[in-house]
Design a protein around this ligand. Sequence first.
Ligand SMILES: Nc1nc2c(ncn2[C@@H]2O[C@H](COP(=O)(O)OP(=O)(O)OP(=O)(O)O)[C@@H](O)[C@H]2O)c(=O)[nH]1
Ligand SMILES: [Mg+2]
Length: 327
Amino acid sequence: MFELPSVLDASGLLDKAFGRAAKATATGPDRMARARNLAVARVKIAGQAIDSTLRGLVKGFPSLGRLPPFYRELVDLLVDEDSLKQHLGAVDWAAQRASAIAREYRRRIGRADGKAIGELRRAAYGRLSSLVKQVAPDLEALKEARRALRRLPDIDPDVRTIVVAGYPNVGKSSFVRAVSSGRPKIAEYPFTTQRVSVGHFDRGTERFQILDTPGMLDRPMAKRNAMERQAISALAHLANGVLFVLDPTETCGYTVEDQRRLLEEIRALLPKVPFVVVANKSDIGAASADAIAVSALNAEGTREAVDALLSKLTSRRPEGAPRAARP
Ligand SMILES: Nc1nc2c(ncn2[C@@H]2O[C@H](COP(=O)(O)OP(=O)(O)OP(=O)(O)O)[C@@H](O)[C@H]2O)c(=O)[nH]1
Ligand SMILES: [Mg+2]
């Protein structure tokens, strides 16, 4: 979703900087001058490579404060913004230090003779190395943040959106696969889905988004983990309609009673949003009252369930929802 700069680790960055520096060439009237100019060129190139790489990294990180509300919440759940700022600050500082160190040693080498030239060049490399190693943990953290940000789903706020929700292991991801282009992972254990993902499908000329969400348990909001809160956040910010998946067979490992309590909680949370409840795994189990029997596994009844929900959708976007700008 974002264009994010790739993040080198400390040793990768040093390899790049010193590798470039090693290709430097120099001219001069005599051997001493050539050696001096070469050492100056190497230090300059190494310093510049470190400076520009680190600066590019800081510039390339998106400003999280400008994201639309849904993304802001998701980012809050995925990365700690305060520490991200600190890491970016540390890297920015290191970029400036690299230039300052290179400047200082170029000046000193310019006045040096004989053995001192090589010694100063090595000393400059040593200072640059320890500078970069000093921010190694910051680079590591930025790498991690980048990984998290890249996994954000690419959601178009102008396209009507169905959010698929329910207990873990009930077949939400299987449902999304059955009815859309989405290809979330399916497995026979709970908590397979760990982040919101998006699929698309068409009806006539209109395109719709369908979001797969991590499973939620029926428990107080304060006890919910970051994974469950992603699901709540998607529901609260993006749902034009909710497709709630029940598993009346209880092969998911949870009782229908618990699942229905979650359903009622989410209904109460979104009083104006239309719901359709499906009773999944109809190929192996009993039906459930007020729910459309489907088998996500065999794609039986799934299209009809989606159409039932679409027929309840009215406005193009949830009432009062802001027109979010795409990040
Ligand atoms: N028999 C049968 N099994 C199904 C059906 N739908 C899903 N399953 C199985 O149920 C298990 C869970 O399916 P998922 O689609 O991963 O369930 P989920 O709700 O996305 O699970 P989490 O991501 O962990 O919350 C898998 O073993 C699926 O093969 C169905 O209609 N019939
Ligand atoms: Mg899933």
